[in-house]
Design a protein. Sequence first.
Length: 184
Amino acid sequence: MRTVRELFDLMNGAREQAFQRINQFRQPGSAPGQWQGAGSADDDDYDHYNVEGYGQSYRNRTRNQSRDRGDFDFGLGDNLGEDIGGAVLGAAFGIAGRAFGRKMKKAFEDKVVPAMQAKAAQAQGQFEQQKAEQDAIAARYPELRACTKDQVVFLDGGTKTIPVSEIKMPVTMAQADGVVARLR
């Protein structure tokens, strides 16, 4: 058996956790548009020159294959034109990919992040308003109780109950007046 204040606190706990999760994505001390996951073009976590995984081991393998064949072509392979064309295309795709990534990041920061922040601020405002209404209900009806096991609401010392499922959420003062009138 819980007071109506305790019931409201249980219901609000999940919302407060959701708001905390939303706010944890912002870096402490960062500007409102800066989110954790939005890296910069010069991040140390990203190797712009090793996108495809063709690092030192690829270059060594190519040189070793050339030596095994008896060639001395500096690891360029059988067809010099194909090798140069591949390198040019690889560089072009790398540059285009980084430019596309920067544009996507800018669009995300300019459009999506402010919209998410506006929605979160609106939801936070509504939540605060609902909490104020719940505080007023708890103050007006201190005898209102709830059983979380049976999912019912009742008055302390009364015999009537109302299932919580019949109460529309979020609870307004008018709804609480109606519930108490039914329980008396």
